[in-house]
Structures are given as structure tokens and as C-alpha cells.
Design a protein around this ligand. Sequence first.
Ligand SMILES: Cc1cc2nc3c(=O)[nH]c(=O)nc-3n(C[C@H](O)[C@H](O)[C@H](O)COP(=O)(O)OP(=O)(O)OC[C@H]3O[C@@H](n4cnc5c(N)ncnc54)[C@H](O)[C@@H]3O)c2cc1C
Length: 566
Amino acid sequence: MKKHQILVIGGGLAGLRAAIEAKERGLDVAVLSLVYPMRSHSVAAQGGINVALGNRRDVGEDNPEKHSFDTVKGSDYLADQDAVETMCQEAPTRTYELNHWGTPFSRMPDGRLDQRPFGGADFPRTCYAADRTGHALMHTLYEQSVKRGILVYNEWAALSLVMADGRCRGAVALDIATGAIEAFAADAVVLGTGGVGRIYSLSTNAHINTGYAMAMAYWAGVPIKDLEFIQFHPTALPGTGILITEGARGEGGYLLNNKNERFMRDYAPTKMELAPRDIVSRSIRTEIDLGRGFEPGVVHLDIRHLGKERIMEVLPGIREICLKFLGFDPADQPIPIVPGQHYTMGGIDTDVWGATPVPGIFAAGECACVSVHGGNRLGGNSLLDTVVFGQRSGQRAADYVLGLEAPPHGQAALQSALKQEQERVAGLLSRDRTHLPAAIREKLGQTMFDQVGIFREPKPLQGALDTIHQLQKEYPGVGVGGKSRRFNLDLLRTLELRGMLDLAEVITLGALARQESRGSHFRRDFPERNDRDWLKHTLVTYSARGPQVSYRPVVVTKWQPQERKY
Ligand SMILES: Cc1cc2nc3c(=O)[nH]c(=O)nc-3n(C[C@H](O)[C@H](O)[C@H](O)COP(=O)(O)OP(=O)(O)OC[C@H]3O[C@@H](n4cnc5c(N)ncnc54)[C@H](O)[C@@H]3O)c2cc1C
């Protein structure tokens, strides 16, 4: 049996930052990741990281308080304001740390970090490395983890968290290369496992972002918070879902309908294309539904007026995506776009230290819900979330482990969990299947996209819930076609599907219950926000009788809810 003091599951920005912190505090830390860390979805982040440095003095003054207010307003007042203030105040420290560790940020002529405008922000406060910010940050943190000798279990899939006497004692994981299943004893587990985007059929997320690991926390007893808040990014490519960064609009790109109008004038006259994502996505969907889109159901993002030189300097990745996937240069033609699933605002319930209500389980980054994004995340705040709360969760997990009176013994629980997962996998490999996992997955993705998407109504939501329940009933009849144990991705996808179904149920239950519109959750039958009844977080807890829904008040410190106008 493998053993570490802290097992970090996830090698993206949040997981690596947590591992670095715990290692700095002298603990035996290992990272376990489905993919080599550099292939985590964080590497795909394009536009930048928000931090109130106030470097753009040419346009006014900025400070963490203004950043906090923009974040709270952007969240449609669902974010916990104490958590938002923590994140925005720690942003400069974490960003300078990345800078000193070697991130090649784009700079102003005088050498200070440049900052670009982003959606929902009253000031240009997004630091960036051209349009490959995630790539640059991942290299920085990966280098720092190598420098500290942090052990990484590459291409291992965590299958379950192990509990004994109410504490987490480690995890069971599958070695994808060999098919071996092993138990990992750990005094604490930090989850940095990313979002659940692939539950939806059109998503900007990597294929590994299924949310399975979030479901592991759910099954272990941690409540899942606000999962009905799913962000649709306004500008994804139709068909593939490949993202075109908000930075394209930050740099001055327009959205146009088939009448050649900048239609955002009708929806957000002040902020126009740089209104928050929930508003821009609904506006685009409305234009397309009213017949003002282009074939095949898209609108245009036009950056031609920026000129080739500027595009090559600040949006080189976007140009490359257009050349490779659309066959033209965006300096010559407008880009066809549609809104696509992009971000998971909700997730594993944690406090501002990444601690969950279950001792020994910590979480940070997109899989966690602190909550700093509330009903709608502002672009650039997620990269910030990963490093701020990654650092904090690593610190708190280390404190927790150092404070344990006697090293916990979970041997019996680990052995029994190992046996259970071995039997589960053996069952999938041996039985004759009555249902194809791929068919269930496809049906799930389409149902979520069509019925639990940008606009929501009770009948389609109830229909989606019925479909999910039906698919959950079919799941025990699935089996795996290829029987090999080595790199059996069919097996992995089939295992993940169980978690995707349970989380889809959590999303849909929350959406059906929440009779108001707030942030990304828009109910046509309740189009207004209702602070009297719904200024509260949804918590869904797993139980053998089915999911249990409860609520918790939002933390309001300085900013009383106001109408959100842009
Ligand atoms: C295309 C795109 C562009 C974006 N651009 C920006 C941007 O410009 N600015 C911004 O602020 N945000 C952006 N975001 C959002 C932001 O990048 C992500 O929210 C953030 O990087 C998530 O980091 P993470 O560390 O939480 O998870 P991830 O980077 O997704 O990493 C998850 C890790 O968990 C591991 N894992 C998952 N399940 C398991 C399992 N069962 N067992 C073992 N390991 C597991 C994976 O291997 C991976 O290492 C963007 C997102 C996308 C999709």
C-alpha cells in the first residue's frame, strides 16, 4: 500500500499550488493525476488572471476593494463576500509570486505587468501572457513542483475516497497504464480536480473534465454547493466548442448579428460586449432564436479592425485556432461563435481555507465552491481562485495533518475500499452489457445542453430529471467492450459516467428548486432575482435514499444586493 501524509488529487494549477505549499511546510506530499500535469485543463486558459495592481494609471485607479465589488456584483450577489475579499486582497501577493517564479507576463513599455479589460470589470485588471496565460502559469507551477521534488503519480485515476471514523484516510486509484488498482493511505486529501463541463454536449472543457472526482467527494459525504450555476461562455466555436477568449472582446472585438448590428447595445448599453458572461450568452442566444443569427445558428465576433499586427501580438493563439479549425485568418473574416458550457461555479463545499465539512478532505480550484463566483464568475477570476485557494488549502491541510494527535489508522477501511473498487472494475470487464456507456453519455450531454442550459423552464427541467433517473437505472447494465487492462479508456469513461450521472442529477435538482433568475441560472417562469427567498446557497448531500437538498445563507459583509445593470 502506498502512503503519504498528503495526497493531492489533480495536477492543474490548484493541485500544484496546494502541493507546493504543503511541501514547503515539510510534509510528505504526492500528486496523483489522470494526465501528466501539463495536460490539465488549466493549460488551455487563454485570457488572463485578475489582480488589482492598478498599473493602468492612464485610465484611473484600482484597488482590491473595487475588484471585490465587481466580483460580488458579477456573481449576482450569491458569492460569499468574506471569501471574495480574501481572494481579491491576496491577488497581488500570489501574482507577484508567479511573476518572481518566472511567468512570462505581457508587459507595458516601462516593464510593469500589463493589464487588459475583461468582462464585468470596471477597470483593466487582467494580467496576461498573450492569449496563453494558463500555459505560462502551468509551466511556472510545474517547474516549482519539480524543483521541490514533489512526487507525481502520472496517469492514475482516483476512484474513491476512503473514510473511517468520520475522517478521510486516503483514496483508491487505478493505474491507467497497467490497470492495477491500489490503495493510497493519506492523512489528508486535497482535491484540485477541475470542473464538470463534459456533462454537457458542447463544452470548452478538456475531455477529462467529467467531474468524477467531485462525485467522489459527494459520495464521501461532502455537500455539493450551488451546482445549478453553470457558466456558458459567449464565444465558443460551433461543433467543437473550442474557446475564443474574452480577451478578444477585451482587446476591442465586436459581436454582430445578421443585420450587421452590435446587438449588445440593446442588452447592456454601457458595458456592451464586456458585460458579464451570463448576460452576453443570453443576448447571443436570444438573437439567434429570433432569427438574427447567421447559418448554422451563430453570430459573428469581429476582430478585423484590430489589424493583423496587433492580433499577432496579443491574440496569437486565437489566430492559430481560426487558421487550423476554420481555415481563415481572423484579420480577414469575422469568427462564427455560439455560447458553450464553460465553467462550474458550484462544487465541493469549502470554507475560505479549502476545508470541507468532512475532516481530512480539502478542495481548491474549479472543483471547489468557496464561494467566490456565486451565480456567475467573472473572466480572469478563476485562475486567481486556483492560486489563492490552492495555496490556502495546502496550508490548512498541512496544519490539519501536523495537528493530528495520533497518526490515523485506516488500514481496514482502505483494504475494504480497495476490494470494492477491484470488484467494480472486474464486473465492468466481465459482464455482458445490455447498455452502451457511450449511448448513455451522449443522451446525458444532449439532455443537459437542451434542457438545463442557458434558458430554463420547469417542464424541460423535470423532463431532464426523469431522463437522468432513467439513465441511472440503465447504468448497472453497462459493460466495457475492450477487455484489456492496459490503457483501457473505455473502462475509464464508463467508470466516470457514474459520477457524471449523479452530478447531473445534483445540477438539475438545484435548478428545478430555485424559483428565481440569478446569474447563469435563468428561469423563464421566474425571470427576476428574488433576494427575499433565494439569497442562499443550495447544498445537496448524498444519501442512500437519494440526494438531500438544503440551504445556507449567503455571507454579506459590505455590499447589500442591488439591481445589476451594465
Ligand atoms: C478553454 C478555457 C480557457 C480558460 N481561460 C481562462 C482565463 O483566461 N482566465 C481564467 O481565470 N480562467 C480561465 N478558464 C478557467 C480556468 O482555466 C479553470 O477554471 C482552471 O484552470 C481550473 O484549474 P484546476 O486546477 O481547478 O483544474 P484543472 O486544470 O482542470 O485540473 C484538474 C486536474 O485534476 C485531475 N483529475 C481530475 N479527475 C481526476 C481523477 N479522478 N483522478 C486523478 N486526477 C484527476 C486532472 O488530471 C487534472 O490534473 C478557462 C477555462 C477553459 C476551459
